[in-house]
Write a protein that binds this ligand. Structure first.
Ligand SMILES: NC(=O)c1ccc[n+]([C@@H]2O[C@H](COP(=O)([O-])OP(=O)(O)OC[C@H]3O[C@@H](n4cnc5c(N)ncnc54)[C@H](O)[C@@H]3O)[C@@H](O)[C@H]2O)c1
Length: 307
């Protein structure tokens, strides 16, 4: 199989490439403008083309490589940036997407797998949230993710392309930047490494569903084999409060962490946990890395390379 990973030089892409590097059945090409990604994340054996998903360079590449499948990770990924600059968010996340999809249509790509987000659900207490819940995004980032899901559904309906939507919960792990969507684990790992106190906005009882990035990568390799149109949460279905997360950090590092509680941030969601029933039944997959083990991996990475 010939596979394009758009946005493969980023955090999630880097873990996917670790798996693909050793998969002789898949010939991988990475396309990325290195906006937030890094060439260091791309193993030597994998072909890298530098470019923007909005550019006409994409078509030259699709014409040359004739991909069977595309994993689309390239995006403007920051919620606050989408609020500050909705035009840029829309430009990259929707116009860029349409350029990817039009090339998939023209060059007969069989399957597109897309990295959506829990941000499409908004603040919904009917947890664990199933894929059938009404979507109510609370940011422009969430809106472009939701719109992308509809584009994929309609591309599947009109052109018969297999379109797989993965709604990721809070992804964390080595190589994550401290500014992205699920960045609290990285932020804490960095603070711990620098022996600084943690700042928590609110009482720390707000919950998240933390899923280790290596598990996300494994799920994607399974996901590109599906046919038809699918929307699947990729999550642990475990609700962890920020206070519990800090306890895990203390246990993982054997330290007492000083925590400063500040006023809750406006728009912060109280509870977030996604059902993973569909993930188990459609992919035959369950996350393997427990939160404490994932914290150890992330913290060790910060200690060795994060400074
Ligand atoms: N990290 C999370 O918790 C999380 C959760 C839900 C969804 N996602 C989604 O997963 C995908 C990957 O996220 P990530 O955390 O690895 O982020 P990341 O910023 O590390 O990776 C995104 C990659 O896309 C590239 N890119 C950005 N704009 C581009 C453009 N115009 N043209 C070409 N390449 C471009 C960047 O250089 C980077 O390598 C994104 O779509 C993100 O929205 C992430």
């Amino acid at each position: 199989m010939k596979l394009l990973v758009a946005g493969g030089a980023g955090f999630i892409g880097s873990h996917l490439l670790e798996i693909l590097e050793n998969n002789s059945d898949i010939e991988t090409v990475v396309y990325d403008n290195l906006d937030t990604g890094s060439e260091e994340n791309i193993p030597d054996g994998i072909k890298f083309i530098k470019g923007d998903i909005r550019s006409s360079k994409m078509e030259e590449m699709f014409n040359e490589y004739r991909f069977d499948a595309v994993i689309h990770l390239a995006a403007q990924t920051m919620v606050p940036a989408s609020i500050e600059n909705p035009s840029h968010d829309c430009d990259v996340n929707l116009l860029g997407l349409i350029n990817v999809l039009e090339n998939c249509r023209k060059y007969n790509v069989a399957t597109v797998l897309f990295s959506s987000s829990a941000a499409v659900y908004g603040d919904n207490l009917n947890v664990p949230l199933k894929e059938t819940e009404t979507l109510n995004p609370m940011s422009f980032y969430g809106i472009t993710k939701m719109s992308t899901e509809h584009y994929l559904r309609v591309y599947s309906e009109i052109y018969g392309i297999n379109t797989i939507v993965f709604r990721f919960a809070n992804v964390y792990g080595e190589r994550q930047g401290a500014g992205g969507e699920g960045g609290v684990v990285s932020i804490f790992a960095k603070l711990l490494d620098e022996n600084k106190p943690f700042t928590v906005y609110g009482d720390g009882k707000q919950t998240r569903d933390f899923v280790y990035v290596g598990d996300i990568a494994k799920a994607m390799v399974k996901g590109i084999k599906l046919e038809g149109h699918h929307v699947i949460n990729i999550s642990t279905e475990k609700e962890t409060s920020i206070n519990e997360l800090i306890e895990d950090f203390e246990a993982a590092s054997n330290t007492n962490i000083v925590v400063n509680y500040e006023t809750a941030r406006e728009g912060d969601i109280g509870r977030s946990v996604l059902s993973n029933e569909l993930m188990k039944s459609k992919l035959g997959f369950e996350p393997q890395i427990k939160l404490r083990e994932g914290i150890v991996r992330t913290y060790s990475w910060y200690k060795s390379k994060g400074r």
